[in-house]
Design a protein around this ligand. Structure first.
Ligand code: IPM
Ligand code: MG
Length: 360
């Protein structure tokens, strides 16, 4: 199959992980007889340095002309002093919104080999961790009005959090469909005891749930959910939530599985063109040291094959290879535990490529 993949190298440590994901994709091309072409796209700090803005329209246009886009992570101290509109993060938000990617899927899965790396007690971890945060990605407070102003002699700021019914319904549907393919449980997470937007989420979801009588539906306040995720994560299957709650809960969810360096994500909208990225940041503190864990980015490439290109076997080949390398005891620093062998980012990439090549 021929596919055109947009590649955003990203900032700080990010090019190191993207390089490994691209090596893995090359191996997949050879093994399964596909032909991928790659188009480099500038977004984030790199685009600010080159063009003075985090995502120029011409770079967004390039993304829209690809079959899918792979991203590492963006940002770093170099660009932190810039005004809000010019920060690298703004490029990411423009990209998500410009590509219409409203459904962000962030799996929290415990790899059994890494159960020692989870900060939770064995008695909790032994029940397993296998849930997905379905995060609304292009609405809410991230895209509401932002303003800093002076009134009555002091500085004030406001951020608004708008949601409309159709934005809730379309992400709700994704959540219900996903639950159907999993353990058939969906939990809406909100702050309906305080926020109007949350009450609208509840109203829309309660209507929608009638179309999915086979899915067990529940609702939970976000503060309680944050607590339940560390108390008993095995109770969750699909969590559906608004943009900012999803941002926060998905970091928590990743940490209990051992390392944020292991968690990929997909962002999709109406078609099959998606954006695939690890959920972690660009790790400026270890940039250039070959230390960063490339697995989340490699697994993001696997998700791209599965969800955008319908290449299930190929995606599984990558996931199996990651499993094999973990079984062999190889670990990057973030997931290292006693008795394992610590390796760098590029060696992790090489070992995963080798495991794909040598498997049947
Ligand atoms: C994420 C990140 C982004 C977000 C930042 C970089 C804007 O934290 O993808 O989770 O908040 O969505
Ligand atoms: Mg985040």
């Amino acid at each position: 199959m021929e596919k055109k993949i947009g590649v955003i190298q990203g900032d700080a440590s990010s090019p190191e992980i993207v390089a490994q994901a691209l090596r893995v994709l090359h191996v997949i091309e050879e093994k399964f007889d596909h032909h991928f072409t790659y188009e480099n796209i500038d977004m984030g700090g790199a685009a600010i340095d080159k063009y003075g803005e985090p995502l120029p329209d011409h770079e967004l246009k390039k993304c829209l002309a690809c079959d899918s886009v792979l991203l590492g992570a963006i940002g770093g101290p170099k660009w932190e002093g810039l005004p809000g509109e010019l920060r690298p993060e703004k490029g990411l938000l423009k990209l998500r919104s410009g590509m219409g990617l409203y459904a962000n899927n962030r799996p929290a899965t415990l790899w059994p080999q890494l159960s020692d790396a989870s900060p939770l007690k064995d008695s909790i971890v032994k029940n397993g961790i296998d849930f997905v945060v379905v995060r609304e990605l292009i609405g809410g407070v991230y895209f509401g009005e932002h303003k800093t102003y002076v009134e009555d002699g002091e500085r004030k700021a406001l951020d608004t959090m708008p949601y409309s019914e159709h934005e809730i319904e379309r992400i709700g549907r994704i959540g219900f469909e996903m639950a159907r393919k999993r353990k058939k449980k969906l939990c809406l997470v909100d702050k309906a005891n305080v926020l109007d937007t949350s009450r609208l989420w509840r109203a829309v979801m309660q209507t929608l749930k009638n179309e999915y009588p086979d899915v067990e539906y529940s609702q939970m306040f976000v503060d309680n959910c944050a607590m339940q995720i560390c108390k008993d994560p095995s109770q969750f299957d699909v969590i559906v939530t608004e943009n900012m709650f999803g941002d926060i809960l998905s970091d928590e969810a990743s940490m209990i599985t051992g390392s944020i360096g292991m968690i990929p994500s997909s962002s999709l909208g109406e078609g099959t063109r998606g954006l695939y990225e690890p959920i972690h940041g660009s790790a400026p503190d270890i940039a250039g040291q070959d230390k960063i864990n490339p697995i989340a980015c490699i697994l993001s490439a696997a998700m791209m094959l599965r969800y955008s290109f319908d290449m299930e076997q190929e995606a599984e080949a990558i996931e199996r290879a990651v499993n094999t390398v973990l079984d062999q005891g190889y670990r990057t620093a973030d997931i290292f535990s006693e008795g394992c062998v610590e390796i760098g980012c590029s060696e992790m990439g090489s070992r995963i490529c080798e495991a794909i090549q040598t498997s049947k």
